[in-house]
Structure formats: structure tokens, C-alpha cells
Design a protein around this ligand. Structure first.
Ligand code: ADP
Ligand code: ZN
Length: 206
């Protein structure tokens, strides 16, 4: 199963990626997570990526594509994978297309007002990486593993607005996957299990 999840930040695509990977035992490839790990480890790549991420901008394609190539070359990707946050533009989509043949590109859609509302309440688990939501926490801790949670730097309100403007998924990416006949779209609900039922209906047809 070779899948990419498309969708605006806050649409819940990270959460859906986790659910798919759990059920189908696939590697979850989040370019955002890879950048954040590099920032935490203070690598050269992390330093470069942070400049862009702090401004709500996309990291340049060169850097992004190089980490994707490295990741795809690891043996666990042979059985399939779920991309979360990649591709974000046509150049990235075309690069990926040279490397693998995707089964589906699934858009997890959400409108702008809901996005701002959700992102300002988003929290991340320090322990298991689960993207969660203030309302889902149990005693202020991750509802999955009990780990401590934090708010991402780029989930500050000003950065959220910048990300929505600078990072709108270009229509040409959607058209690219439509032309290949692998594009699917669902609307995100505020219940992750219900949303997953919609996603899984698509996966079961693969
Ligand atoms: P979001 O929840 O906003 O979708 P991600 O965790 O996917 O966030 O990404 C965080 C940041 O990392 C983005 O705002 C962007 O700066 C950078 N980034 C992640 N994936 C890509 C990509 N495919 N191309 C360029 N920049 C990326
Ligand atoms: Zn956790």
C-alpha cells in the first residue's frame, strides 16, 4: 500500500496517518516530523529547515526531496508507506512519481475557519509523537501513552495564518493525481475514528 495524504495543516492528516500505519503496519513518513527531529538534534539540515519553518514557509524542495529519497531507500519502505505532508507542490509530486508508483492520493479536506480553530488547540506528545488536541487529553497528558504534551512553535496564531496563506496546496498537485486516476477526497470530521472509517473505505478498495 503506497499512499500519500494531502490536506491543510490541522486537517487531521497526521492523526489519520498514524491510524492507517497502525492498522496496516506501514511506515509513516512525515517530512515535518523528520525536520523537527533534525531541529531537536541540531543537525545542519535542522538548522536550515528551522529558518523556513519559523516563518510558516515551505522548506526548499532540494532539502525536502533529499530527505524523502533517503527515507524511501530504507528497507522498511519496500512493503509500502504513508506519506504525510509530502508532496506539497507539483515539483515534489513529480519527483516522488519518478521513485514510486502510488496507489492513492487522499485529500483530507477542512475549511479555513475550522483549521485555525483546530490548530490553536493542537498539542503534540513528547513521548509517542501522537498529534492530539487539548480536548482529548486525559489529565493534561497524551490520551494514548500518558506522555507529556507540548504546543509546536509553528502553531502560534500568527504562524498559523502565515502557513495557511503560504502553504495552500496548489491545484496542479490535485490535478496531477486526478489525471492519474488515484485522487480521492474526504472531509475531515471532528471525530478521528469516524474520519478513519471514511479513509479506510478508500484503502479497502486498493
Ligand atoms: P502541518 O501540520 O502544518 O502539515 P508538518 O509537520 O507537515 O505540518 O510540517 C511542518 C513544517 O515543515 C511546514 O510548515 C514546512 O515548513 C515544513 N515542511 C514539512 N513538509 C514539507 C514539504 N513537503 N515541503 C516543504 N516544507 C515542508
Ligand atoms: Zn503519547
Amino acid at each position: 500500500m503506497k499512499i500519500v495524504l494531502l490536506g491543510p495543516p490541522g486537517s487531521g492528516k497526521g492523526t489519520q496517518a498514524h491510524l492507517i500505519c497502525e492498522k496496516y503496519n506501514l511506515p509513516h513518513i512525515s517530512t515535518g516530523d523528520i525536520f523537527r527531529a533534525n531541529i531537536a538534534n541540531q543537525t545542519e539540515l535542522g538548522k536550515k529547515a528551522k529558518e523556513y519553518m519559523d516563518q510558516g514557509a515551505l522548506v526548499p524542495d532540494e532539502l525536502t526531496i533529499s530527505i524523502v529519497v533517503d527515507r524511501l531507500n530504507q528497507p522498511d519502505c519496500k512493503k509500502g508507506f504513508v506519506f504525510d505532508g509530502f508532496p506539497r507542490n507539483l515539483a515534489q509530486a513529480k519527483e516522488l512519481d519518478k521513485m514510486v508508483e502510488l496507489d492513492k492520493a487522499i485529500m483530507i479536506y477542512l475549511d479555513d475557519e475550522e483549521i485555525i480553530n483546530r490548530l490553536s488547540k493542537r498539542r503534540m506528545c513528547k513521548v509517542c509523537g501522537n498529534p492530539t488536541h487539548m480536548d482529548w487529553l486525559v489529565n493534561d497528558k497524551c490520551e494514548k501513552c500518558g506522555g507529556e504534551v507540548y504546543q509546536r512553535d509553528d502553531d502560534a496564531p500568527e504562524t498559523i495564518k502565515a502557513r495557511l496563506i503560504k502553504q495552500k496546496l496548489p491545484q496542479d498537485v490535485i490535478d496531477f493525481y486526478k489525471e492519474k486516476g488515484i485522487y480521492e477526497q474526504i472531509t475531515s470530521t471532528d471525530n478521528k475514528e469516524k474520519t478513519f472509517v471514511l479513509v479506510d473505505e478508500i484503502l479497502k478498495k486498493i
